[in-house]
Design a binder for this molecule. Structure first.
Ligand code: 3PG
Ligand code: MG
Length: 387
């Protein structure tokens, strides 16, 4: 795998795939650790005279965080101190002209790549290499840089389709994340896993592969709620919400894990709703669950304090408005002097949100799904394409 130091960048038209998929609050993308790390790659290419078109996605169609990258372009302009135009056309001469007008050291940002239906199909690299978008776009570039480690588990067009057309390189984030993830995989010994977030399918594969080697699994967020539903709790309106959002897709796999390895799992005993703290069996029918409860956060914190190594992926609840459970857990991890790892786009953003320093943790990965898949030994499509 080649990196940025292996190529001349001066006057080159660079297609840079980043992962600027950011947490959205009040409709606005947040400048998190993830965002800051990408600034380094963008600045490095600019300093060396590259002409960069940044490709990124935001959210998924059907989710509320699926947005235009207009605000991302504004934030990039502010941070880089120069105008970053949003390119709205994915095809033809309009795209060609937009790329041709990028000056040395300048950057433009392509609109949310997930507006293209062909982007989202998980297909082999050879197939995506023949996509209309890929075949048309590749002619405007000299090199392809993939820096989107956190999306590397998706075999999407912009992540695997260009490698066979252009000289391909890993960006700085991709290189550093791969290196630290390899270290983490070697150093993590019988960890306590703290798993939450809104993508249960991301963590099931990891649990299936790692369960024998983990000390305990503390389940919060949607995975915790799913587990509570499996155990027969009605959870007020949350159960229906999980079904409506299609988040109960991994229920069978989770149930099998709970059946076979129940003793490893620690599930919430209480939860927070608008009416306050409730025992899991006593959530009123019309109440929505927002966070793990008081007793649970204390119990999780205690387990974390007792652990020699801890890996957290995914917040414990809707931390933007209901931070308590997530905050307590992150604090306990920060105070733990063992080997501690945070992984995930939202999870890594918690460091700043709760006023911690990156140095309080052994590693903070900006990747979630890609990170846990790497940990469990899965090959990542976009990393394979770079080899
Ligand atoms: C992430 O934030 O985890 C990555 O950008 C991947 O997003 P996805 O799960 O919607 O593919
Ligand atoms: Mg994420």
């Amino acid at each position: 795998m080649r990196g940025l130091s292996d190529t001349e960048l001066e006057s080159k038209n660079v297609l840079l795939r980043t992962d600027l998929n950011l947490p959205i609050e009040d409709g606005e993308p947040q400048k998190t650790v993830r965002f800051e790390r990408y600034l380094e790659t963008i600045e490095e290419i600019s300093e060396k005279g590259g002409k960069t078109l940044i490709v990124a996605h935001q959210g998924r169609p059907s989710r509320s965080d699926f947005l235009s990258l207009e605000d991302h372009a504004k934030i990039l302009s502010d941070e880089l101190g120069k105008d970053v135009e949003l390119v709205k056309s994915f095809f033809g001469s309009e795209l060609g002209e937009a790329v041709a007008s990028i000056q040395e050291g300048d950057v433009k940002l392509l609109e949310n790549i997930r507006l293209l239906s062909e982007e989202l199909q998980n297909l082999p690299a050879e197939r995506h290499a023949n996509d209309y978008f890929v075949e048309n776009a590749e002619k405007y570039f000299d090199i392809y840089v993939n820096d989107a480690f956190s999306a590397a588990h998706r075999s999407h067009a912009s992540l695997v389709g260009f490698n066979s057309h252009l000289d391909d390189y890993a960006g700085l984030v991709m290189e550093r994340e791969l290196e630290s993830c390899r270290k983490i995989r070697d150093e993590l010994d019988s960890p306590t896993l703290v798993l939450g977030g809104e993508k249960p399918s991301d963590i099931i594969g990891m649990l299936e592969k790692m369960i024998d080697d983990v000390e305990k699994v503390l389940l919060g967020g949607v995975p915790g709620e799913l587990a509570l539903v499996i155990e027969g709790n009605s959870l007020g309106e949350k159960k229906q919400w999980l079904e409506q959002q299609g988040l109960d897709g991994s229920k069978d796999e989770l149930e099998a894990l709970l059946d076979e390895h129940g003793e490893k799992f620690v599930l919430p005993e209480d939860v927070r709703t608008a009416d306050g703290n409730q025992e899991v069996g006593e959530v009123p029918e019309d109440a929505m669950v927002w966070d793990i409860g008081e007793k649970t956060e204390e119990k999780f914190a205690e387990k974390i304090r007792e652990s020699d190594s801890v890996l957290m992926k995914g917040p414990m609840g809707a931390f933007e408005d209901h931070p308590s459970g997530t905050k307590t857990v992150v604090e306990a991890i920060a105070e733990n002097n063992g080997f501690t790892v945070l992984g995930g786009g939202h999870t890594s953003s918690l460091v700043q949100r709760f006023d911690h320093d990156l140095e309080e943790f052994s590693h903070v990965s900006i990747a979630g799904g890609a990170f846990v898949r790497f940990m469990s030994g899965e090959k990542l499509a976009a990393v394979e394409a770079l080899r």
